[in-house]
Design a binder for this molecule. Structure first.
Ligand code: ADP
Ligand code: MG
Length: 323
């Protein structure tokens, strides 16, 4: 199979067909037609073998995750996904690997009505780089910099599951156990909060996706906004399987510093908080208030009774390999 056959077979017709793709895979470049008056939001992320996924990760999950982590960036910007490109370096043209990879990638692409419009393919160590393009009305994209003192800090879903999933994967936990399966899915097949991001346009004052742990990613909002925050660790949303296998303190550590959760963290003025319940139930995602923005820089962690806690006391030092 030549390189061109390979590209045509696996990547020539991937994702949803879109009428705004005037020219897709096969020429020197792609031609797309953004709707009049919309801005383009661009993001890119690479996955490196054994760094961003375990060597023995399911191959279709590598395809899913490569697009999902990029969709999470579009979600954090409040953008509507449209097109993407794929840069793939592979040690060899393994047909079974390519089929499974394209299956996972195509599944996520179709779910989000995205079209693969181009890329590049070369021989080399396994590396998967995706660039996504999304749409947002002018000025509507969510930023990291707009938080204000008094804003509430809200996170979607549950945190700390992916870090625990990685330990369970490495420890060869029983994959037939439904709680283990849930945690492994949270690691291998993240759920980018794309609809939530769009629902937050004009509502959230700042937003970020949680890819490196809440402490680091909320930290981006705080430094971009020139502000600080207090977070109540007792309010961190933890899953039942996470509590069963990890325990509360360990899951605090995973939530704050574990990474790979791909939930959204955003800030919202108190006057808008009454809108959260309707958004959460319409989108079927839990939204939890965990703290508030303050003028004094820095991130302060407290218990429900307001006593201060440290990252280390939240179990962070128990698994430094996740950093
Ligand atoms: P060129 O040499 O002009 O850069 P390539 O041979 O790299 O062209 O690619 C041929 C066509 O296949 C282009 O349209 C390119 O966008 C597309 N393509 C190459 N690799 C991929 C890939 N991994 N996924 C999607 N499209 C790809
Ligand atoms: Mg090329």
């Amino acid at each position: 199979m030549t390189e061109f056959d390979l590209i045509r077979t696996y990547f020539g017709d991937l994702g949803s067909r879109r009428t705004d793709v005037l020219l897709g895979v096969g020429d020197d470049g792609a031609v797309v037609q953004p709707p009049a008056g919309q801005t383009l939001v661009l993001a890119t992320d690479c996955l490196v073998d054994a760094v961003h996924f375990p060597k023995d990760a399911p191959v279709d999950a590598i395809g899913e995750k490569a697009l999902a982590v990029n969709l999470s960036d579009l979600a954090a910007m409040g953008a509507q996904p449209a097109w993407f490109q794929l840069v793939l370096t592979l040690p060899k043209a393994d047909q079974q690997w390519l089929r499974q990879f394209a299956t996972g990638l195509g599944r996520v692409a179709r779910y989000h009505q995205m079209r693969l419009v181009g890329g590049d393919t070369a021989r080399g160590p396994l590396n998967v780089t995706v660039q996504v393009a999304g749409l947002a009305p002018p000025g509507a994209a969510l930023r990291r910099c707009g938080a204000r003192p008094g804003d509430a800090i809200v996170v979607s879903g549950t945190l700390g599951d992916a870090a625990l999933g990685l330990d369970l994967w490495r420890g060869r936990a029983d994959r037939d156990d439904p709680d283990v399966a849930f945690l492994l899915n949270r690691l291998h097949r993240p759920t980018p909060r794309v609809s939530l991001g769009q629902a937050l346009r004009g509502r959230a004052t700042a937003a970020v996706d949680i890819s490196d742990g809440l402490a680091a990613d909320l930290g981006h909002i705080l430094s971009a906004s020139g502000l600080g925050a207090t977070v109540d660790v007792d309010r961190l949303p933890l899953s039942e399987p996470g509590l069963r296998f990890g325990g509360r303190e360990r899951q605090w550590g995973g939530a704050l510093a574990g990474g790979d959760d791909y939930e959204l963290c955003f800030t919202m003025p108190p006057s808008r908080l009454h809108e959260l319940d309707a958004i959460a139930s319409r989108l079927g995602v839990s939204l939890t208030r965990i703290g508030y923005i303050q003028p004094q820089p820095g991130l302060r962690l407290v218990r429900g009774d307001r006593t201060p806690v440290t990252l280390a006391a939240c179990g962070y030092s128990h698994f430094p390999e996740h950093r």
